[in-house]
Each structure stands twice: as structure tokens, then as C-alpha cells.
Design a protein around this ligand. Structure first.
Ligand code: 3EB
Length: 328
């Protein structure tokens, strides 16, 4: 059996499926995840006002079991697991991250969902310094890397991910995992694999793949204006936008996928469920225009004003590529 897993964006107050796997509320509050109306819910403070927010709902057919343990909440059907957790705000993240992620990986293993295919990490004060003077993102990356090295037993590799700012009082994280499905982690020949970034970006490299393919769906990681391992076009929003979207187009295109043994290729018009993270409020009108010119007019796009993991990045984009729309 292969059930599909799908996400959609809805109003934060809208009625949602009681058998949803997950609900992530991008609103004006944050905190540890809980089970709300039977559905694991992670609240991330991403906006100053509740009315600006939205919720992302993940659904998959079949009976669902949900629960919570160790501050983690989860839900799964026969094929897919969602798990979320939270690390309170701190001036040192390495150990807490290592433990929280280690617990989450152990839970996924115990529930027999060994393959993580998409992960999100929302980090407060991401460009700030911890009590050793190390940038918070780098501190976080150190703990996450150790958890992947020591507690993530699965050989399928590191998943597609987003590591981005939040206005909340702690790190909110969540991931999706599966059992036996074929999961393929994809790299981008225009970019150095993040897990091979040189040490100048931090003591431990970020733990993620540029994308992950599951069945006919390619989950695209947060993607920015980085070529090789270097930020390009510091201070220039339009140019950063074009490098970021060219990076996505290349990642999901036939040439890059074929070089990694995959047959399907996608274009930017196959991208949906798009999140555009932008650093400066004043850039929103421009970012909206650029998105309208770049993506399919039917694609769902949401905009979030947050800090980005490198102080010189102005914009970062994630989404999901599939051929579904074409055959609609
Ligand atoms: C980059 O390419 C930009 O730390 O999980 C993108 C996606 C980025 C995921 C993460 C970071 C992460 O390095 C930043």
C-alpha cells in the first residue's frame, strides 16, 4: 500500500480534518507542541498579529494513532509519522538540541519509522550569539549534527530541511518520516552539500540534503542565494531571488536528477506549498511581485518575515515539486 501524504495551507481558525497527521500554526504564539482536537499541533510565532497567520495541515489516508512522550508529540498511520518538539530559549543550544533531537530520532525508531524525509527547524535569535560568542545557528547545528551522527541509526542519510528564524521563545522543530518507502536525498550540483560546508561556517556543518524525493514528490529544502558554499549578491534582493530560484529550478530539473539516477524532472511551475522567508519588512511588496512572476499562478505561497541563518541572506524559499497539477 502506498498512501499519499499531502499538505495544505488554511486559515489558522478554520476547521481542519480530525484525522490530520499534523497541524503547524504559523501565528503569533509559540510553545511546546500538544495534541489539539486529537491532532499534533506545533505553534510557531512567525507574525506579530494572529490575523496574519496561517496553518499547515498534513493529511494521509488511513487510521491514525497519536500520542506524546518526553515533550514530543506524534501521529502516524501505517506509512507516515509526524513528530514535533520544542527546546526552550537558552544561551546555549548544543546539548539541549542534541538531546531533544536524539529523543525524537529514538522515538521514530521505536515506532518503526526509520526514514526521515522532511524536517523543519525554527530557531529564535538565529543570528544572535550564545554565551560563548558562537552564533546561535552554529550552536544549534553542532547539537543537531551530533544527534544525526549518534542517534539517527538509519543509513538513508540526512533529509531535506529548513533551518530558519522564528519570533518564538524557543526552537520549534518537526519532521515527517516513513517506513519502507523509497526515499532519495538529492544534492544540487550548483551548491556544496550543506553537510560538507567548510568550518568557517561553524564547528559542525548543517545536517540536511537539498531535497528529498518520495514517490513522485520532491520536497525542496529551504534554498537561498548560495553558490558552492558562498553567499552571493549580499544586499541585493532581486539578485538573491534569482540565484535562489535558479538553484531550485536546477535542483528539481531533469539534468540534476538524472545525474543522481532519478528519471523525473520538474520545473518551477510544478512547485507548490511554497514558503518565502524574507528578512526585511520593506522587502515584502518586491518579494510578492517576484514570487508572482516566478511561480505558477495556482501555487499556494505564504510569506514569513524572519531572520535567516546567514546574516547576509535576504530571502529563502522552500516548496514541494510534483506532477500532480499537470494531470489534474
Ligand atoms: C543554506 O543553504 C541556507 O540548517 O536546516 C537551508 C535549509 C539552510 C536548511 C538547516 C539551512 C537549513 O545553507 C540555510
Amino acid at each position: 500500500m502506498t498512501a499519499a501524504i499531502e499538505s495544505r495551507f488554511i486559515d489558522p481558525d478554520a476547521i481542519y480534518d480530525a484525522d490530520a497527521l499534523a497541524r503547524i500554526v504559523f501565528g503569533d504564539t509559540s510553545g511546546p507542541p500538544g495534541i489539539e482536537n486529537g491532532v499534533p499541533t506545533l505553534r510557531l510565532k512567525m507574525y506579530g498579529e494572529a490575523r496574519d497567520g496561517f496553518a499547515e495541515i498534513w493529511t494521509s489516508a488511513g487510521p491514525i494513532r497519536s500520542g506524546s512522550v518526553n515533550g514530543l508529540v506524534f501521529a502516524h498511520n501505517d506509512e507516515f509519522l509526524f513528530c514535533a518538539g520544542f527546546i526552550p530559549v537558552s544561551d546555549r543550544y548544543t546539548d539541549a538540541t542534541r538531546h531533544a533531537y536524539g529523543d525524537a530520532f529514538a522515538l521514530a525508531g521505536e515506532l518503526n519509522f526509520a526514514k526521515i524525509f522532511r524536517m523543519w527547524n525554527f530557531i529564535p535569535h538565529i543570528n544572535g550569539a550564545n554565551d560563548e560568542g558562537l552564533e546561535v545557528y552554529r550552536d544549534f547545528c553542532r547539537g543537531r549534527a551530533v544527534a544525526f551522527e549518534q542517534d539517527y541509526a538509519n543509513a538513508s542519510g540526512m533529509p531535506a530541511a529548513t533551518g530558519i528564524g522564528t519570533w518564538g521563545d524557543g526552537v520549534g522543530f518537526c519532521f515527517l518520516a516513513c517506513r519502507e518507502s523509497t526515499v532519495r536525498h538529492i544534492e544540487n550540483s550548483r551548491q556544496t552539500p550543506a553537510y560538507e560546508y567548510p568550518q568557517r561556517y561553524g564547528p559542525k556543518s548543517p545536517s540536511f540534503a537539498r531535497g528529498t524525493q518520495l514517490h513522485d514528490t520532491l520536497f525542496v529544502s529551504g534554498t537561498a542565494s548560495i553558490l558552492g558554499h558562498e553567499t552571493v549578491h549580499e544586499g541585493d534582493l532581486d539578485r538573491q531571488w534569482s540565484v535562489a530560484t535558479d538553484n531550485i529550478a536546477h535542483l528539481i530539473g531533469a539534468e540534476n536528477l538524472e545525474a543522481q539516477g532519478l528519471r523525473s524532472g520538474y520545473t518551477l511551475h510544478d512547485l507548490d506549498q511554497i514558503k518565502v522567508y524574507y528578512r526585511h519588512s520593506a522587502d515584502l511588496p518586491r518579494v510578492t511581485k517576484l514570487a508572482q512572476a516566478t511561480f505558477d499562478s495556482h501555487a499556494s505561497v505564504r510569506y514569513l518575515k524572519v531572520d535567516i541563518c546567514r546574516a547576509d541572506l535576504l530571502v529563502e524559499i522552500e516548496g514541494i515539486a510534483s506532477h500532480r497539477r499537470r494531470s489534474d
